[in-house]
Design a protein. Structure first.
Length: 229
């Protein structure tokens, strides 16, 4: 299932999630869900990891269990969740068996962490609806930030097109959006410009860009790379 198809399939009213595996990635997922006001059940085979998330109060509930055992998952109520995140990742066999267990039990949406491309393909083979590669994605982001330090944030629409937030290049300082002719010169659309820490969406073409502020453009990656950054 494509990322777009997977996201469209999610229930918008779902307020509960289960996270299996409470390592760094799993805890980060739990922390974010908790901050956003969602209920989270966290599980791990390690009693120490379960105690840690309870102490940090980043989950609603936490249970120590072996996720390769379907009976343990059923008893904990995992099969009743609409969405389950399998964050085991580094233990490939356990990750695959756990994914198979929750999918065979009928969980509609299963997100699984993969540590390699082969691992990801195996997870998809046993039914994972969406596979994530956090180490790979973090590595790509780091390389981009080191080679293009003026790029503050990036959202890849597909392999060829992105939305990018970047610091206004020095050569753009004092020039208006009309003067810069983003579409003609770069094939890009300028969709937002920051002012006093806030973004102005669809800015006035007569607006002058200021050095040190930020702007957001959308377009082809090849065209983005032609910007003087």
């Amino acid at each position: 299932m494509s990322s777009l198809g997977f996201l469209r399939s999610l229930r918008k009213d779902n307020r509960q999630f289960a996270v299996i595996g409470l390592g760094r990635f799993g805890r980060a997922v739990c922390t974010t869900f908790h901050k956003l006001g969602y209920e989270v059940l966290g599980t791990d085979i390690s009693e120490k990891s379960v105690s840690q998330v309870l102490t940090e109060q980043i989950v609603s509930h936490a249970v120590q269990l072996d996720s390769t055992q379907p009976a343990a998952l059923k008893e904990a109520g995992i099969f009743e969740f609409d969405t389950v995140i399998i964050a085991i990742g580094n233990y490939i066999q356990e990750s695959i068996v756990t994914t198979l267990n929750v999918k065979e039990a009928g969980v509609p949406h299963v997100v699984a962490k993969a540590s390699s491309e082969i691992h990801g393909k195996l997870l998809q083979k046993v039914g994972a609806d969406h596979v994530v590669y956090p180490e790979f994605e973090a590595g790509c982001a780091l390389a981009r930030s080191l080679t293009k330090p003026n790029i503050l944030d990036r959202f890849d629409l597909d392999p060829d097109n992105s939305i990018v937030e970047l610091i206004v290049p020095d050569v753009f300082h004092g020039k208006t959006i009309t003067e810069l002719q983003f579409r003609t010169r770069y094939g890009l659309n300028l969709i937002a410009v920051s002012h006093d820490g806030k973004f102005e969406i669809n800015p006035d073409p007569k607006k002058q860009l200021q050095q040190g502020s930020a702007m957001v453009v959308i377009g082809c990656n090849k065209d983005i790379n032609r910007l003087p950054i």
